[in-house]
Structure formats: structure tokens, C-alpha cells
Design a protein around this ligand. Structure first.
Ligand code: FE2
Ligand code: FE2
Length: 251
């Protein structure tokens, strides 16, 4: 296979503050990604929320300090755990705006905060739809990525459904209309991929949390983009890699 035109390292649900989750492991992953990315044309790190466990100052400060060593472009958005105890204030102070966009020659990313203070449910909100539509319209034939913390479609092997984005149907409608290529999210701690029409929805597993389900293990995902296809590789905590999925890419 040829070289990827772009690579995203997605990590999610780091959960610093949870007993047994160590900041040294996050630092190790960041250093590993820095080393791997030296040979890549266009690497980027995307963190889809739940960096902390209780949204506390000391959790945020540890996370922000770890990411301060990352030289690659990176996009970080919050999850429901990060907005506990009014953690959004620490997020904005240490990690920037809760909504972010990124555009390059090949890719356009709209990253949304789907969390609300002290509420585990996901929500995007119709007030954001016009901006999402306009952003992807400007992106024309680039690879269009929508990132958020919560899932838009239920994920198998995660028990009874809860916390799915409340306005998921309308958000999916906006993304389909906008010809979104991929949705990247976390929250459920299980890697999973759905294709809806021609749109890929990838649910990242957890990077470090001990709250894994079934056979899932802690991992971050290397997402390699080629002209017409995309591959998802799990880089697991035990040091092994596993090709998770290969799909056709729409623009
Ligand atoms: Fe989580
Ligand atoms: Fe979450």
C-alpha cells in the first residue's frame, strides 16, 4: 500500500484521576506517537474527551502538562467527565476552546463539545448546525471529519443504551447532507465502526481506563488516510498493533 496522505492518532477516554491510571502512561504514548510520526507526511493528534475523571484542577493540570510536550498539531475536546464539577473552566484555561476546527490541504475537521456540566448525556444542539453546515461546505472535496465525545449510534457490547447524543438524528442528518466522510468519537470504551450510507462512524476505545468491556483492551487508534480509503489500526497498551478496519473513503 502507498504512503498515507494524512495520519490521525486518535486517543480518547484517558481518565487521569481514575485509580490505576497513571500520567506516566499518557507521557509514554505521547512520546511513542512523536517517534512514529517522524516518518509520516502529515500527522495529527485528536483527543476526543474524558481526559480526566472528575474534571478537577489537579487532573487537568497533569493532562495539560503531559500534552505540552507534544510537538505535533493536536485537537483536544472535552467529554462528560471533563465537565463534572464545572471542569469546563479548567478546560478552557488549560486546553483552549471547547469547539475547534482544523483545515489543511486534504482535511477539514470540526470538533464539537458534546458534553454539558454535570450531565453524562451527549448533546450537540441546533444552534451549532448552521456553523457545521457552512464549515463543511467550505471544505468542498477535502476529507470531512466531525469529532465529538459521545456516540451518535449505539455501540454493541456496551450493555443498555444511555448517553447517546440527544439530538443524534438531527446531527446525523446535518452530517449526511454535508457529505461528512467520518465521525470520530469515544465515550463507550469499546472500539467499533459503523458505516451509515457512505459515512464512517468510528467509536474509539479507551486509552487507559480500567473500565474496559469484554475482550476490548486499552488502545489508541492510528487512522491512515489514502486517496480513496482509510485504515484504522489499534495500538494496544500491551505494545501490539491490530488492523481493526479498512473502509472506502468518501469526500
Ligand atoms: Fe470515558
Ligand atoms: Fe464519556
Amino acid at each position: 500500500m502507498s504512503e498515507p496522505i494524512m495520519t490521525i492518532f486518535q486517543m480518547s477516554d484517558i481518565h487521569i484521576g481514575e485509580p490505576g491510571v497513571h500520567i506516566e502512561d499518557l507521557r509514554r504514548v505521547i512520546a511513542e506517537i512523536e517517534t512514529t510520526s517522524k516518518d509520516l507526511a502529515s500527522p495529527l493528534v485528536l483527543v476526543t474527551g474524558d481526559l480526566t475523571t472528575e474534571g478537577l484542577r489537579e487532573e487537568y493540570e497533569a493532562v495539560a502538562d503531559a500534552f505540552s510536550s507534544l510537538s505535533l498539531p493536536h485537537i483536544i475536546i472535552p467529554g462528560n467527565h471533563d465537565e463534572r464539577n464545572y471542569g469546563a473552566a479548567h478546560f478552557e484555561r488549560l486546553l483552549g476552546p471547547r469547539f475547534k476546527t482544523f483545515t489543511s490541504e486534504d482535511i477539514a475537521i470540526y470538533a464539537a463539545d458534546s458534553a454539558e456540566p454535570d450531565n453524562d448525556a451527549g448533546h450537540v444542539g441546533r444552534e451549532h448546525y448552521p456553523q457545521i453546515r457552512e464549515f463543511f461546505k467550505q471544505a468542498e472535496d477535502k476529507i470531512k471529519i466531525f469529532a465529538l465525545h459521545h456516540h451518535l449510534i449505539p455501540v454493541p457490547h456496551t450493555g443498555r443504551e444511555y448517553n447517546v447524543v440527544e439530538d443524534a438524528g438531527d446531527v446525523l442528518g446535518v452530517l449526511e447532507e454535508a457529505h461528512c466522510s467520518i465521525v470520530l468519537n469515544g465515550h463507550r470504551h469499546v472500539p467499533w465502526l459503523w458505516c451509515l450510507n457512505d459515512m464512517i462512524l468510528y467509536n474509539s476505545g479507551t486509552l487507559l481506563s480500567r473500565r474496559i468491556r469484554g475482550a476490548a483492551t486499552q488502545a489508541y487508534t492510528r487512522i491512515d488516510f489514502f486517496q480513496d480509503s482509510v485504515t484504522f489500526t489499534l495500538c494496544q497498551k500491551n505494545g501490539t498493533q491490530r488492523l481493526f478496519n479498512q473502509s472506502t473513503l468518501r469526500r
